[in-house]
Design a protein around this ligand. Structure first.
Ligand code: DX5
Ligand code: ZN
Length: 220
């Protein structure tokens, strides 16, 4: 299992130390949670830009950008500058299938991997038609908008259904889960077919990042 550390809960006052501890903890990616105060109530645009600028100068760990925004193209353009590993936007932010496909196309044309995220209440079938064109499906296991929430168990069924569909249709798309993930539920997510887990609180609030990340990797 790969681990993408959400930086949403990193406190400004000790962010340098926290980022260093995260960087040396064995994480695979930094997960950047961009919220515009419109698609979701919280607005993290300023702090996420600050943190990403800093991360871009101090680390080579790839950036996994999660856009919880309405004006997708504006944020895609501003985050492409950081040459992220991937940019993920929400299915629910698109006015039509056509618009979502245009966003997907644009991000890929900039040589950046693209992901599509769905909220807990959005059925997984809605994104089946986009699977041939994307690299990652980000299955929200909490309602997007803040960290520290509890994983919604019903979302694990969606991951199982997605995994089955990918196998039956010979599609190589990564399944990433995001929200409320910790060492107690990560095994179930792996069995359901998850390839990457996003974890914020369960890492940042632990007293040994390396230990926590090792448990989240569910290494055999
Ligand atoms: C929620 C974000 C998640 C969240 C994960 O809207 O997309 O990435 O910050 O944080 P935890 O692990 O605290 O749920
Ligand atoms: Zn996220």
């Amino acid at each position: 299992m790969e681990v993408s550390a959400s930086i949403l809960s990193v406190k400004k006052e000790n962010c340098i130390q926290t980022f260093y501890n995260l960087e040396t903890s064995g994480i695979n990616y930094f997960h950047i949670d961009v919220m515009d105060g419109d698609f979701v109530e919280n607005n993290t645009t300023k702090i996420m830009t600050e943190y990403t600028e800093y991360l871009n100068t101090i680390t080579n760990i790839p950036l996994d950008v999660h856009l919880m925004v309405k004006d997708v193209m504006a944020y895609v353009k501003s985050y492409l500058i950081f040459e992220p590993r991937s940019i993920t936007m929400h299915y629910e932010a698109a006015k039509s299938e056509k618009e979502l496909l245009e966003w997907i196309q644009y991000i890929k044309e900039q040589n950046c991997k693209v992901g599509v995220s769905i909220k807990p209440n959005t059925s997984i079938e809605n994104i089946f038609e986009f699977l041939p064109y994307i690299h990652t499906v980000l299955v929200m296991t909490v309602e997007p908008g803040k960290g520290g929430q509890k994983l919604i168990p019903e979302t694990i069924e969606k991951i199982k259904k997605l995994k089955k569909y990918l196998q039956e249709n010979h599609l190589e798309v990564e399944i990433e889960a995001d929200g409320g993930i910790n060492e107690n539920n990560v095994k179930e997510l792996k069995e359901a077919g998850c390839d990457i887990v996003v974890a914020g609180t369960s890492i940042v609030s632990s007293n040994n990042y390396k230990e926590t990340v090792k448990k989240l990797k569910v290494e055999e």
